[in-house]
Design a protein around this ligand. Structure first.
Ligand SMILES: Cc1cc2nc3c(=O)[nH]c(=O)nc-3n(C[C@H](O)[C@H](O)[C@H](O)COP(=O)(O)OP(=O)(O)OC[C@H]3O[C@@H](n4cnc5c(N)ncnc54)[C@H](O)[C@@H]3O)c2cc1C
Length: 467
């Protein structure tokens, strides 16, 4: 490795910690990098980027290693791992918090809670914030407080030349826009994020479960209720296999349990759950309640978005697939709308799916490569059959290597501007991975990517199509 840079702690195949260092959360991706670099500060991050470029070695950025399609690791390259950059600070007036990129989400929540504030980030405390923010950030405050990028006011980023940029709406407005939804790994290495923070205190946590035979009816009622109900209700519905449960709802309500009872009545009266819990508690006690914590596993998450409630035909397809589902799979619906909507927010961010009312994921978790075919086959089957009922969009934080139209699915009409930002800040395409934003596209590639005519015309007008 180049000696010209300040050297980050490095683990190679010759070191005893290599097998631990090369691993990521999803065991399906078993890569052997040349080296894993652990910078301890921003200068070492810059040194690591320059070293990779001096050495002519491809590299990936990794914070928590939870990218489900393994984009934060590679064979025969460097992994720049941000996990040593940790910490949370809150300004005296408690309206802003700054978080180092390697901080675990659980530590972000507790650091902010100590000041009585929070941000609307995701549900898994073991994700690190570094790779989570840039794609959008959807969690159990999404409907009441918006997506995480809607609270993002600035970040520190190391660019492709190893320069340190302070990015905000004044200094680098286009890059700031792109960092609100453009996805991790595309433009530079984020070393810290600054968020607008807001006070939070007690909340009401709710769970409800229906047995499998009632689960589709419950989901049907739920999806209509979830788009209408008070915006302070943040709700998720998950459908399992008959062997592992039926339907389960989780709610974080920013109100009291007494208020909840009346809001829930229209849902529960029509379709009473078999089990139901309601608990008013300090917000911090909700952290970790909405995700199962597994250190590592084989997994695939297949993303989709629904414009509104699914019709009877789609629900029948969903039920048929789940009746035959292997253990370990589920379909989850996060209610959006509410604070996610807003013309201003759409202008301020690259996130292209504000109109979707449900963020849908078909998820598989399993142990042992011998189950890959069964799990992956089930996920592909349900995705393909339900595709006509979805928007065609996909949430980039849950990427899918099997999508051929991923540029269209992740970015929609935001793609041309994102490519322009990519070309400006990373013209040599140094930050490149299997599904990174390209600096240009051939007309044939644009067609193959399923881009709309309007997007292709916009690419042409911006000079982003090759001849
Ligand atoms: C169990 C689990 C639960 C999840 N729950 C949620 C959820 O509730 N809500 C939600 O919105 N998403 C959720 N996700 C998706 C999650 O947001 C993404 O997986 C996220 O990218 C993980 O961040 P990471 O740093 O752990 O991952 P990594 O794999 O380290 O990084 C993810 C991507 O971002 C890039 N990247 C990493 N660090 C940086 C950085 N510092 N600067 C620039 N690029 C970087 C990587 O190269 C990679 O492409 C979940 C994923 C898992 C596996």
């Amino acid at each position: 490795m180049s000696r010209s840079q300040r050297v980050a702690a490095t683990v190679t195949a010759a070191d005893p910690g290599y097998d631990q260092a090369r691993r990521i959360w999803n065991e399906r991706f078993d890569c052997r990098p040349l080296a894993v670099l652990y910078p301890a500060d921003v200068a070492e991050v810059a040194g690591a980027v320059r070293a990779a470029r001096d050495d002519g070695v491809p590299f990936r950025i990794r914070s928590g290693g939870h990218n489900v399609e393994g984009f934060s690791v590679l064979d025969d390259g460097y992994v720049i791992d941000l996990s040593r950059l940790t910490g949370v600070t809150v300004d005296d007036d408690r309206t802003r918090g700054t978080v180092a990129a390697g901080t675990l989400l659980g530590d972000v929540y507790s650091g902010l809670w100590a000041a009585g504030v929070t941000i609307p980030a995701g549900v898994c405390p073991d994700i690190r914030i570094g790779g989570h923010v840039l794609g959008g950030g959807v969690g159990m405050l999404v409907r009441s407080r918006g997506m995480l990028v809607d609270s993002l006011v600035g970040l520190t980023m190391v660019d492709a030349d190893g320069e340190v940029l302070e990015v905000n709406d004044d200094t680098h407005p286009d890059l700031m826009w792109a960092c609100r939804g453009g996805g991790g790994g595309n433009f530079g290495v984020a070393t810290s994020y600054t968020f607008h923070t807001r006070p939070i205190g007690d909340v009401t946590l709710v769970t409800a479960a229906w047995n499998f035979d009632n689960a589709i009816t419950a989901l049907d009622r739920w999806q209509h209720w979830a788009v209408e109900v008070d915006q302070r209700v943040n709700a998720r519905f998950s459908l399992f296999s008959p062997g592992t449960g039926g339907g389960r709802m989780a709610v974080l309500f920013e109100g009291t349990s007494a208020e909840w009872e009346s809001l829930a009545r229209p849902l529960f009266e029509q379709c009473p759950p078999a089990e139901h819990t309601v608990r008013e508690t300090a917000y911090i006690n909700s952290v970790g309640q909405f995700s199962q914590r597994v250190p590592s596993i084989r997994a695939k998450f297949v993303p989709a978005l629904a414009a509104g409630p699914l019709d009877a035909e789609a629900l029948k397809i969903l039920e048929r697939h789940h009746r035959a589902a292997p253990d370990g799979v589920k379909t989850s619906f996060y209610g959006l709308g509410g604070a996610v909507l807003g013309a201003d927010l759409a202008k301020r961010s690259a996130f292209a799916h504000r109109d979707a009312l449900f963020c849908v994921e078909y998820l598989g978790h399993w142990h042992g490569a011998e189950h890959d075919a069964e799990q992956l086959g089930w996920l592909a089957g349900i995705r393909d059959e339900l595709r006509p009922f979805m928007t065609g969009g996909a949430y980039v934080n849950s990427p899918d290597r099997d999508l051929t139209d991923w540029l269209h699915a992740y970015y929609g009409a935001s793609l041309p501007r994102l490519m322009e930002v990519k070309r400006r800040y990373d013209p040599e395409d140094v930050f490149r991975f299997e599904q990174s934003i390209p600096v240009s596209l051939s007309p044939a590639a644009a067609r193959a990517a399923g881009l709309t005519e309007a997007v292709v015309a916009d690419l042409g007008a911006r000079g982003l199509l090759t001849s």
